[in-house]
Design a protein around this ligand. Structure first.
Ligand code: PAF
Length: 323
């Protein structure tokens, strides 16, 4: 056989193999999160995607989408039309009440305390409570410490919050705190926030610095007060059937990818925290740094007593004592 004829036969064999070989089955996992791709959730989702797709040699594809209604995403994950959620604990307590314990104001001292507790047995115990609610709590992510913005006045102490209409997440623990401070909490999905601020339906809102920066909330809010009144944990939550359908090896690779996502997410929160306040000043926000934290805590005394009665008091005590 001539070289040319041999090459032609080889090409024909390859083409036949390509036609007859079964196509590699590919499973798509959709992760929805509520922020722009260039955000701390976007960073977490992207790192997870890269790690998992690499580890499974393309058998899995991860599709990242934005949906700024967190409750809607969780409902979709529960019924299985979306596989996974990355977002805050904001509305999660309405699905898994045990989560509410980590939404208590002034509970975590700083990022090291919050991350340490959530990665410890305390945080893992809370994640296990998701199973009974038709969800899998895969890993803790992070949103950040929340700060108050508004369009009316500088806020230094609790008296300044009185009478402010503040958008909160659909979160009973947070709403209780703002009611106790004499504000008028107005729960709504994040998707409704900017129009509500523009139309004056609410005067203010509260969110971590990375969220305020990534969503240009400086365009609709003049005053920022570094209240750091509550740590806002993030979560990766997935659909149980999707997790069960994975082989043990793929599930291990998914957990590894979730850890890579957690690291990228937290690193991004730290980086945005470091640069964000200066950036917001540069964009024209008036930033109040002198906050009377002790006065805020004292003003919340009756709310704290209620949390002790209604939430898991032992877990609250263990979180406060965590070193
Ligand atoms: O304010 C909220 O609803 C949340 O903090 C947000 C911005 C959706 C991020 O989880």
């Amino acid at each position: 056989m001539t070289i040319a004829r041999r090459a032609a036969v080889a090409a024909l064999c390859l083409a036949t193999a390509a036609v007859t070989a079964p196509a590699m089955a590919q499973t798509t996992i959709t992760i929805q999160h509520p922020l722009p791709s260039n955000s701390h959730y976007g960073a977490g989702a992207q790192a997870l995607k890269e790690s998992f797709e690499r580890a499974t040699g393309g058998r899995y594809r991860v599709n990242i989408q934005r949906n700024d209604n967190e409750r809607e995403i969780i409902e979709s994950v529960q019924i299985g039309t979306v596989e996974c959620y990355i977002g805050s604990t904001g509305p999660v307590g309405n699905f898994v009440p045990a989560v509410r314990v980590v939404d208590v104001p002034f509970l975590f001292r700083d990022y090291a305390h919050a991350r340490g507790v959530l990665d410890s047995e305390i945080g893992q115990n809370i994640l296990q409570q998701f199973n009974a609610r038709g969800l899998v709590g895969v890993i803790w992510m992070e949103n950040g410490f929340r700060h108050l913005t508004n369009s009316r006045r500088e806020v230094h102490d609790p008296g300044d919050v009185r009478g402010l209409k503040v958008r909160t997440m659909e979160n009973q623990v947070h709403m209780r705190a703002f009611t106790t401070l004499g504000a008028l909490p107005t729960p709504m999905a994040f998707s409704e926030l900017v129009p509500a601020l523009q139309q004056g339906t609410v005067d203010g809102q509260e969110n971590p610095i990375p969220v305020i920066v990534a969503n240009n909330l400086n365009q609709v809010q003049r005053y920022l007060t570094l209240t750091g009144h509550v740590y806002s944990p993030g979560l990766l939550i997935c659909n149980p059937a999707m997790m069960q359908a994975m082989s043990p090896a793929d599930r291990a690779a998914f957990m590894e990818a979730a850890r890579a996502g957690q690291k990228a997410n937290r690193d991004r929160v730290s980086a945005d925290e470091a640069s964000g306040i200066e950036e917001l000043r540069r964009r024209g926000m008036q930033v109040v740094t002198s906050v009377d934290t002790a006065a805020f805590q004292a003003a919340l005394a009756s709310a704290f007593a209620q949390y002790e009665r209604e939430l898991d008091a032992d877990t609250l005590r263990r979180i406060r004592a965590w070193q």
